[in-house]
Design a binder for this molecule. Structure first.
Ligand SMILES: [Zn+2]
Length: 188
């Protein structure tokens, strides 16, 4: 049985409680949250997330999000808005989060991030200006590409691919290993 999705309990169209129901679709029988009254279906498609390896003055900018536990630095990311292209979206996110102006954009690749039901569209963004972080971000680091370490998840793979293309063999680390070890220690 699938886990109950906390996002939707009622039909957004007619407010009837949703239920799990199997139905034949193009790809075969599929169990989904569906509305028994009006047939609305919760498709639960992945959400596109934009990410950028921001390069400013030859260095890579990594930032720490206020919402994350631990001192973890990552790429600039944000959700795509209706009515914009991925390129416009990541240019807007970089400006909103760092105050930098993107002067050059190149797609690195597209990556799944199934744990969050997201698909990551990752760019290399060359940017200029003065860094001024949004309240969402607590601090940032500017690193030489050779010193950047990658994490084994969605945006970390994008960063690794970018580094590899520049001739740096990426080194991986697990940013949550310490937290997890502490939790496992406390739980046993
Ligand atoms: Zn309904």
């Amino acid at each position: 049985m699938p886990l109950d999705d906390p996002t939707y309990r009622f039909c957004p169209r007619c407010a009837t409680p949703l239920g799990w129901r199997a139905e034949m679709e193009d790809g075969g029988e599929k169990l989904r949250l569906r509305c028994p009254a009006c047939d609305w279906t919760h498709w639960n498609n992945p959400t596109p997330v934009l990410a950028a390896v921001v390069e400013v003055g030859g260095k890579v900018l990594l930032a720490r999000n206020a919402a994350w536990a631990g001192r973890v630095f990552a790429l600039i990311t944000g959700f795509m808005e209706a009515g914009e292209t991925p390129q416009e979206g990541i240019t807007r996110e970089v400006k909103e989060e760092t105050n930098l102006d993107v002067t050059e954009l190149k797609l690195i690749g597209v990556y799944d991030f199934q744990r969050m039901n997201q698909v990551i569209i990752a760019f290399h963004a060359v940017a200029e200006g003065t860094v001024k972080l949004s309240p969402e971000l607590l601090e940032y680091k500017l690193l030489d590409p050779a010193d950047v370490k990658c994490w084994p998840a969605g945006t970390g793979y994008a960063l690794a691919e970018w580094l590899r293309a520049r001739g740096h063999e990426p080194e991986f680390f697990d940013p949550f290993a310490a937290t997890r070890a502490a939790q496992e220690g406390a739980g046993s």
